[in-house]
Ligand binder design. Sequence first.
Ligand code: ATP
Length: 460
Amino acid sequence: MNSTEAKKPSKKTPNDFLFGKVIGEGSYSTVYLAKEISTGKEFAIKVLEKKHIMRERKTQYVMREKEVLMKLNHQFFIRLYYTFQDADRLYFVLSYARNGELLDFLHKVSSFDEECSRFYTAEIVSALEYLHGHGIIHRDLKPENILLSDEMHIQITDFGSAKILKKGDNLKEGESPESGQPTRKNSFVGTAHYVSPEVLTSKNAYYSSDLWALGCILYQLLSGEPPFRGSHEYQIFQKITKLEYEFPDGFKPVARDLVEKLLVLDPTKRLGCEEMGGYGPLKAHKYFEGIKWETLGEKKPPDIIPYLPATSSNPENCWSRLRPGLDDARIGEIITQTIITDDERKRRLEEQAQKNEYHKFVEGNLILKQGLIDKRKGLFARRRMLLLTEGPHLYYVDPSHKVLKGQIPWSKELRPERKNFKIFFIHTPNRTYYLEDPQSHAPDWVEMIEEVWQRYYSKK
Ligand code: ATP
């Protein structure tokens, strides 16, 4: 399909498509997987209820999204092929980003390794260069708006908050507050993390507001968390306007240098903005060494691998901390008995209720193994008491505040994996948990979890 065809007002109707599963729900839209009957081609069709849009006063967002999408013709963006409507609904026929949101991959592995982060950051830079070159500011760039194609290339979406600068617009002044808010009502939790300081303080958006978001995304890809965090939006906004953030242990200096050149309070001083010489100097930053910009979209993206560099608390080699051999004491450290008689369970539960301060968190289940571990998310780690119980359950509790923080969900698909004596993974369908045992007993955890798995799932 060429671009002229794509932009031409089309006479298509909903009857030209087979509507399959729902692939997503927005706050005022539903997105379906659909097949064009005449070609067999798959699309994502965004369906918007007219009444709902009017009631929510979202007309300007919908129109803006359509206007921007119609201007874009680049592989790093979702493409709008057709639009049509019937009495009740508007239909946007979009390219289908089969691999979903970058955010889901980030949640799954916590953070990306260096090659992967560099690759995806480069694709975003390349996309922003195109977007800004066409006079468009995205204004809501974040990992959930970066979708992934069949081949795992980025396809940026969600242009409801975008701003199209017309020729003659004063770019440096950004835009007036009333012409659009940077964050939307009903926006996702998390939007606040990527908002630039100028949008918060003056409500002005610049091209380089997207470069600020880029800095936040790069930081998050490598570390697992966005740079400005807080328990509520106000706190996050405070940190943004004061540029209050830190780099965790293990953040590579060259990446740090780039983040520091993007997260600059003055929008005219960010690497990549016009005042700083445009995209040339940004693409020439040492972080992107080795990136072939012209052929980025043709390159096979690297596999998504988590970033787990050695840190002071997690040296690459932790074998040296263990004594050689398998003496009685070492054997004693490994509990292997998971099949328990009823009498034994009763006795142990009574003892647990009396003596174990974590009993109150396990819903009356017998604890089979417990220990302090560091639950890692990217480069961040939180100390937790991990409690493996019958049920089965894997509870984790904040040991300082004695608060249950959550559970690692058990299912037949749960699989533990040992990386070394300190680190083990628990793979679940939606997330891989990175756990670090400061006492170097990771193999015991893996063994015990495997036994519990056998007990509950091997015959089911
Ligand atoms: P809101 O409107 O509340 O900001 P949104 O912009 O995410 O939400 P939609 O654009 O309607 O809303 O998308 C809803 C969901 O559908 C999202 O989770 C998104 O991941 C998915 N989705 C949207 N467009 C596509 C597409 N072209 N290919 C694959 N998935 C898509």
